[in-house]
Design a protein around this ligand. Structure first.
Ligand SMILES: [Zn+2]
Ligand SMILES: [Zn+2]
Length: 164
């Protein structure tokens, strides 16, 4: 199992194998990333990176790739249609559909954290890892915005205080 965390300093995402013996080092900037649960196992009740208990599972499948394959197959089949190669056109179309479906079942699941965006791979999602919920996502987004506001407010207060 490993966890993929976005580096807080340079935003490059990198993998840390679990269980980890110490903090993971960002390959881009050398930042040492501490984990909330370096010894996390596959039951994963909390995010290994930040310790948040709310996570969701999703397919380990890049956004849009499945769509791209379908569109590619469709375009290829229209070329065959254009050349009156009807059998080939159908074969390409059906082949693309089957390939896409097969891919969906072959690719594994990722358990992702709502709060920090860490992605855990190499485990079977359990009851603690429900499918993605837009409502929960929105709640965390609001929380992030509030925190950013808070930090900004503190910075302003700090700058104002220095002059006194
Ligand atoms: Zn970094
Ligand atoms: Zn997290």
């Amino acid at each position: 199992m490993n966890v993929r965390v976005p580096c807080p300093l340079c935003e490059v995402a990198f993998n840390i194998p679990l269980p980890a013996s110490g903090p993971g080092e960002c390959p881009a900037c050398g930042n040492l990333q501490d984990l909330a649960h370096p010894s996390a196992d596959a039951s994963l009740p909390e995010c290994a990176a930040c310790g948040n208990a709310e996570m969701y599972k999703k397919k380990d499948f890049p956004h849009g790739l499945g769509m791209l394959i379908l569109v590619g197959g469709f375009v290829a089949s229209t070329v065959f249609w254009f050349n009156y190669q009807i059998t080939a056109a159908w074969a390409v179309l059906i082949g693309t559909l089957l390939f896409d479906t097969a891919l969906y079942f072959i690719v594994g699941d990722v358990v992702s954290c709502y709060r920090c965006g860490a992605e855990h791979r190499g485990l079977v999602p359990g009851p603690l890892h429900p499918p993605h919920d837009q409502g929960v996502e929105e709640r965390y987004r609001q929380e992030r915005l509030r925190q950013q506001e808070l930090v900004r407010g503190q910075n302003r207060a700090g700058q104002g205080g220095e002059g006194v």
